[in-house]
Design a protein around this ligand. Structure first.
Ligand SMILES: *Cc1c(COP(=O)(O)O)cnc(C)c1O
Length: 221
């Protein structure tokens, strides 16, 4: 089941890239396995998937302990990171997509034992979520992260307000891309199960896809 769904997502990505004249190899697929069992991660790994996204530090810490070594697998933290969880997160993850303050960046830099890939989460809709830095705070944050020797700044991430209509996400994706271009960064972490085509059209270099690969989630608690 997971292998078939993964193949279907890969072909959606490929079709979306070709439709707008992009090379599908430029777009990384991160399989979002939050709330799903460790066995699902292993199944996706066996189907060739290497990048995984998780949102809850403790939940993943437990699953990681149940999983065999998966050579070449990379784990991306995509949830809200509390400062009392940075040390554990730095030990578990290869990339953090939700850095939105100097405080979190400094802690990750001080606490990690190996280089961490960093994406800055940008809050493009004031009403929507509590996490993410405002666009006008991003340049200062970029300068700060460039002084952190253990952090590698990859690019920007955003989560548009939820809507079934993927077209409504387009303006947010477009603004994230414009900001990325202004700052001279490389990567754009944007696009999920229902709007990955729109994200690819707007320049996404990394999509975070959960439901379309692992099926519907039952909310924790
Ligand atoms: C859960 C989650 C996703 C995946 O969402 P789906 O709709 O299941 O594809 C992507 N990004 C973030 C930040 C998430 O929390």
């Amino acid at each position: 089941m997971i292998a078939e769904r993964l193949a279907a997502v890969r072909s959606r990505l490929e079709a979306a890239a070709k439709n707008c004249g992009r090379n599908p190899d430029e777009i990384k697929l991160v399989a979002v396995s939050k709330v799903k069992p460790a066995t699902d991660i292993v199944a996706a790994y066996e189907a060739g998937q290497r990048d995984f996204g998780e949102s809850y530090v403790q939940e993943f810490q437990q699953k990681r302990a149940e999983m065999p070594e998966l050579p070449g697998a990379r784990f991306h933290f995509i949830g809200h990171l509390q400062s009392n969880k940075t040390r554990v997160a730095a030990g578990l993850f290869d990339a953090v997509h939700t850095v939105d303050s100097e405080k979190i960046a400094r802690r990750l830099n001080d606490q990690t034992e190996r280089p961490l890939d960093i994406y800055l989460e940008v809050k493009l809709s004031p009403e929507d979520s509590k996490s993410g830095a405002a666009p006008d705070e991003i340049p200062t944050l970029v300068d700060f992260i460039r002084t952190c020797e253990n952090l590698r700044l990859e690019g920007l991430m955003t989560m548009p307000p939820w809507s079934e209509d993927a077209e409504l996400a387009r303006p947010y994706f477009r603004r994230l891309r414009a900001l990325r271009d202004e700052l001279g960064l490389e990567e754009l972490s944007m696009g999920m199960s229902h709007d990955l085509e729109v994200a690819v059209e707007e320049g996404s270099t990394l999509v975070r896809v959960g439901t379309a690969i692992f099926g519907k989630r039952v909310k924790p608690q």
